[in-house]
Ligand binder design. Sequence first.
Ligand SMILES: [Zn+2]
Length: 175
Amino acid sequence: MCEISSSICTSPIGLLSLTYCSKGLHFIGQIKSINDESFLPDENQTVEIQSWHGKLTMPESCLNWLRTYFHTPKKLTKTPELCPNVASEKGSFQESVWRALLDNVHFGQTITYGQLAELAGNKKAARAAGTAMLRNPFQIIVPCHRVIRSNGDIGNYSGGTRNLVKLWLLKHEKQ
Ligand SMILES: [Zn+2]
């Protein structure tokens, strides 16, 4: 069993909520109140721990990765550890989709839902790849914002409630 700690940190896309155990991340994502109506990005906002609960403070690897992602992305290296209890490689199609995306679609690149399904081992499963994106607990790190529609539309982010966030991230990566 994992002993879970949690943190809130600042970022250019608003407050991020994280949960993790000693083996790695369980969840990272913008706090619930952020949506297309309330989204107020600030590219100069630094990444700082705002508060934390539990035994462990926010992992240094994660803090550094986020700072690099937002402010010096050319230096981006290995992603923070994901807890194997959440992101096991042996599991479902959903986990194959997360893994395929994490391993193959890098900063500044995009892929379609169909191409991602094929990378994950089932080219007919574009819709299931879309569902796996919706359930992705690792916002930015497993880069579901890089998955777009085959006609070039950006598609929905967080069920369509945070499409401006997706647009912001894609634009950030094109600079
Ligand atoms: Zn864990």
